[in-house]
Design a protein around this ligand. Structure first.
Ligand code: FES
Length: 317
C-alpha cells in the first residue's frame, strides 16, 4: 500500500462519489487493465476493494466511485464523510481478476447500481480497441445512476442502454431480451448486487457456456447456519500437518506452520488469499472463484473456505 493524494472528489449522485487520486511525486501510475480494482485503506481503518472506473489509457490519475451504503461498517461511510481533496490515502497497486477476454468478438457489459464502475473502464477499453460492445445499465431511476451524462455522449452513446426498473421483478424481461441474442463469439460481463448477477448468469447460461460469463463480486457470500468442521491441513512440500479448529481459519492454521498467506478483504471477495490445492473436499465459501474454477477444485480462498465435513486438505505448498 502506498500514499496517494486525493486530487478531486465529484458527486455523481446523492450517494455516489468519485474520488480521483494522484501520485505524491506527480508521476503517472503504472498502466492497468480495464476491470482492475485497488484496495483502499479507508479512514475507518477498514480496507475495501473498489474498481477503477477511469480510462485505463490515461494513468495520470486513478479514479474510483463509491456508493455510501446504509449498512456500511465504516468503509464507504468514512470515505464519504472523512475524505477531502488534498488528503493522503493509502491504496494498493491495481489487480485484475475481471478482464475483457481476448477470445471474444463482441462484449456485452451488464451492470446494476454501483456495479457500473468496472464496466465503465471496460467501455473505455472497447472504444480504444474498436471492439464491438454494448453497455447495459440497470437502475431504479436516472437520479440514482452514476455516469449517465458521460455515457450518453460520444464515444459511448451509441453503445449505451439505460434500463430504468422500479423493482427487482422488472429486470428479468429486459435481461432476457439482451441475453437471448448472445452467440458463441460473445462474452458477457456483469457487476452489481449478487442477486442481479445470479440472474444474469442464470439467463445467460441458457445461451452460452458459463465460462463466457464473467462477474465481479464485491459482496461477501451470505453464509447461513453453516457448520464449521475441524479439519487437518497437510503441506505437500514438507509433509507437515496442522489441525484447523472449528473456530479458526485456514489462514490462522497456516501461520502456525510458518506460512503467511497475504490477505486483503478476509471475506472471500478479492482473491488475494488464493492457495493451490492438491486434494480435499473443499467447502467454497467465497464469492471470488467462478463455478468452473470451483469445479476444477484446485484453488481455494484460505480466508473463508474450509473442508466440507472435516477430513484432510493437502495443499501445494
Ligand atoms: S483475503 Fe480476500 S478473498 Fe481472502
Amino acid at each position: 500500500m502506498k500514499n496517494v493524494i486525493v486530487n478531486r472528489i465529484i458527486d455523481e449522485t446523492d450517494l455516489i462519489r468519485t474520488f480521483e487520486f494522484k501520485n505524491v511525486n506527480g508521476e503517472k501510475f503504472a498502466s492497468y487493465e480495464a476491470g482492475s480494482h485497488i484496495d483502499v485503506e479507508t479512514p475507518s481503518g477498514e480496507i475495501r476493494q473498489y474498481s477503477l472506473c477511469g480510462d485505463p489509457q490515461t494513468n495520470e490519475f486513478l479514479s474510483i466511485a463509491i456508493k455510501k451504503e446504509d449498512a456500511s461498517r465504516g468503509g464507504s461511510k468514512s470515505m464519504h464523510e472523512n475524505v477531502e481533496v488534498g488528503d493522503f490515502i493509502k491504496i494498493s497497486d491495481a489487480r485484475c481478476h475481471f478482464k475483457l477476454s481476448n477470445d471474444a468478438d463482441h462484449h456485452i457489459l451488464i451492470g446494476a447500481g454501483i456495479g457500473i464502475t468496472p464496466l465503465l473502464s471496460m467501455a473505455y477499453q472497447c472504444v480504444m480497441e474498436k471492439k464491438p460492445y454494448q453497455l447495459h445499465y440497470f437502475t431504479r431511476s436516472k437520479a440514482q445512476a452514476a455516469f449517465v451524462e458521460l455515457l450518453s455522449q460520444p464515444p459511448f452513446k451509441d453503445y449505451f442502454f439505460l434500463h430504468l426498473v422500479a423493482n427487482r421483478g422488472e429486470i428479468h424481461s429486459p435481461l432476457e431480451a439482451i441475453l437471448k441474442g448472445v452467440d458463441s463469439g460473445t462474452n458477457v460481463y456483469t457487476c452489481g448486487p449478487s442477486s442481479f448477477m445470479d440472474t444474469v448468469v442464470e439467463l445467460g447460461s441458457q445461451y452460452i457456456p458459463e465460462r463466457q460469463i464473467h462477474l465481479e463480486a464485491f459482496q461477501a457470500k451470505k453464509i447461513n447456519d453453516q457448520v464449521n468442521y475441524p479439519f487437518r491441513v497437510r503441506l505437500a512440500s514438507t509433509d507437515t500437518t496442522c489441525e484447523v479448529a472449528e473456530d479458526e481459519t485456514l489462514i490462522n492454521a497456516l501461520e502456525k506452520l510458518g506460512i503467511d498467506i497475504p490477505t486483503s478483504c478476509c471475506e472471500g471477495v478479492c482473491g488475494t488469499c488464493l492457495i493451490p490445492v492438491i486434494s480435499g473436499d473443499i467447502d467454497h465459501r467465497d464469492s471470488f472463484l467462478t463455478k468452473e474454477e470451483i469445479e476444477d477444485g484446485d484453488m481455494m480462498c484460505a480466508c473463508v473456505s474450509r473442508t466440507e465435513k472435516g477430513g484432510e486438505l493437502i495443499i501445494d505448498m
